[in-house]
Each structure stands twice: as C-alpha cells, then as structure tokens.
Design a binder for this molecule. Structure first.
Ligand SMILES: Nc1ncnc2c1ncn2[C@@H]1O[C@H](COP(=O)(O)OP(=O)(O)OP(=O)(O)O)[C@@H](O)[C@H]1O
Ligand SMILES: [Mg+2]
Length: 283
C-alpha cells in the first residue's frame, strides 16, 4: 500500500500542495485537476524526483526516500514530457532504458518484445520512432514504464494528443495492466478517466478535495443538474455548466438547487462535477 501522509510541497514561498493525505491500493487512480493544480508535483514526489517540504510518503510503512533504489525499482513512470531519441526504434530505445535500470540483456530482450506486443507495437518495433504518431509514442512510453513489471505504474498525462481510437486502445491497455498493481494517471480531460478509474483524486486550491469513485462523486450532484434550452432565463443561484447541441437545438446543462421552469433533470456526469467543483477558476 502506498500512502501519502500530510504532504506539503512549496516552491519558495509558493505552496503548490498543502497537507495531502491519500492511500493507494490496487486499481486505477485518476488524478483529475485543472492545469497548474499540482498533479505533476504530486507525481514527481511519488517517483522521488521532488521531495516533500513536509510530510512523508510510505510504501507498506517504509518511507520511500529511505528505500532509494528499492523503491525506484518498484515504480514505472511515464513523465508528462517524455524524452526519446527520434532515430531510435522502440526496441533499441527500450534496450537503452533497460540498461539504465541495470537489467541484464538476457532478461531484457524477451521482456521488451513481450511489452511491445502488449502495447500493439510489434509490427513497428524496429522502425525509427521519428515517424510515430502521438499515440504510438505514448505506447512506447507506457511499455518502457512497464519494464520492471512495477508494483506502481505512474503516468503523467498519458492521453494528451491521442485521437479517439487511440484513447479507446489506451483505456483497454490500462485495464489489462491494472489487475495486479496500482496505476496512477493524471489528466485534466474528464472523459479519459471517467470509464477507467476506480477512484478519482481531485485537487482544489492546492489541497485534496476528494478521493472517491466516479459514481460517488457524480452522486453528490444527483437531482441538481438540469438541461434547459439555451437562452432560458436562469435563477440567481443557477450555474450554467456547459452548452451542447441537443436534438431540438442548443441546450445548456445547469446546476440548480431548485429546478428552473420547464427543466428536465439529467443524470450528472463527471464532467458536470468537474465544471461545478472548479467553477470559479480554482486550481
Ligand atoms: N519548479 C517550480 N518552481 C516554481 N513553481 C513551480 C515549479 N513547478 C511547478 N510550479 C508551480 O506549481 C503549480 C503546480 O504545478 P504542476 O506542474 O504540478 O501542475 P499540474 O497540475 O501538473 O499542471 P498541468 O496540468 O499544466 O501539467 C503551478 O502553479 C506551477 O506554476
Ligand atoms: Mg502536469
């Protein structure tokens, strides 16, 4: 079990994260928050690229900083900016990454081929990555993060730049990887994690706002989200969340404690929750 205990991170006098306490057990955790909320900061502390200003992160009770290489050997990490050599093939890049992790060649070779197969890149494993699409590169990134068969797989914005087909493929891949490990992935795109995350971690105002299942986060808005035609006059407490094109024309989803006249209640989605929680432009 991975536990974050009262962790604070300051950059000089700026507090990026304040008093975060969280535990991660097996399954997929979606770190969902707007730009600048502190997702990468939290992730970098989990992989020991940054150190907390206060608090401690433990794996099964041991401070990860005191575990050193033992901890890093248990964690697979895809950074938000994933660096690779354009003239390398996935296979040679993976071999390089394996060497950096002191894996011997005999162990590394079959593992690399197995992982490239898992992420659907067997056919192009010897092609230069120069011509790869964003989705193919992300899959190389996930494969390299899986080299040591990590107990904790951490992916920082893994779906940025993926097309819809690649997103579906990514979701299926994460499902298959999450059965016996902790997967933590960050995003500010709600639809990317709505269906894959067992738990959503929400940060707001540099603090932990919630760590709960998507269903339970949505349930808190049950009976308070309405769909009204665009242009409907709203009450003082009503909060328009998003516009969309309905069958009968432009519609607005509205948060309301008391239903606007003629409004139909709709089932709240995670996007409604996200828009409501971050309504005032908070990070
Ligand atoms: N090295 C640094 N020095 C000073 N401030 C920093 C540093 N790194 C991050 N910050 C600030 O800390 C806050 C959190 O940044 P972080 O990169 O963790 O956010 P994020 O949620 O990952 O954002 P994004 O969605 O854009 O990737 C931001 O306000 C950022 O400007
Ligand atoms: Mg980030």
């Amino acid at each position: 079990m991975l536990s974050v205990e009262n962790v604070t991170k300051k950059y000089g006098s700026f507090t990026a994260l304040e008093d975060i306490s969280l535990t991660f057990e097996r399954g997929v955790y979606g770190l969902l928050a707007p730009n600048g909320a502190g997702k990468t900061t939290l992730i970098k502390m989990l992989v020991t690229l940054l150190f907390p200003t206060g608090g401690v992160i433990r794996w099964d009770g041991r401070d990860i900083l005191s575990m050193g290489g033992d901890w890093r050997g248990m964690v697979g990490y895809l950074p938000q900016q994933f660096g690779y050599y354009k003239s390398c093939s996935p296979r040679s890049f993976m071999a390089y990454m394996a060497a950096l992790q002191c894996m011997d060649r005999k162990t590394a070779r079959p593992r690399i081929d197995q992982l490239l197969d898992l992420v659907g890149l067997s056919d192009v494993r010897d092609r230069k990555m120069r011509a790869f699409s964003g989705g193919m590169l992300q899959r190389v990134g996930i494969a390299q993060a899986m080299l040591t068969d990590p107990a904790v797989l951490i992916l920082d914005e893994p779906t940025a730049g993926l097309d819809p087909k690649e997103r579906v493929r990514f979701r299926n891949l994460i499902h298959s990887l999450a059965s016996d490990r902790i997967v933590i992935l960050s995003t500010h795109i709600v639809s990317d994690i709505e269906t894959i995350a067992d738990r959503i971690v929400l940060l707001r105002d540099h603090k932990l706002y919630a760590c709960d299942s998507p269903a339970s986060i949505c349930r808190q808005l049950a009976g308070k989200i309405y769909a009204v035609p665009a242009g409907t006059s709203l009450g003082p407490g009503d909060l328009p969340l998003s516009e969309y094109q309905g069958e009968a024309g432009a519609m607005v989803r509205v948060f309301s404690e008391a239903p606007p006249a003629g409004a139909a209640a709709v089932t709240p989605g995670l996007e409604d929750a996200f828009l409501y929680i971050y309504r005032d432009g908070q990070t």
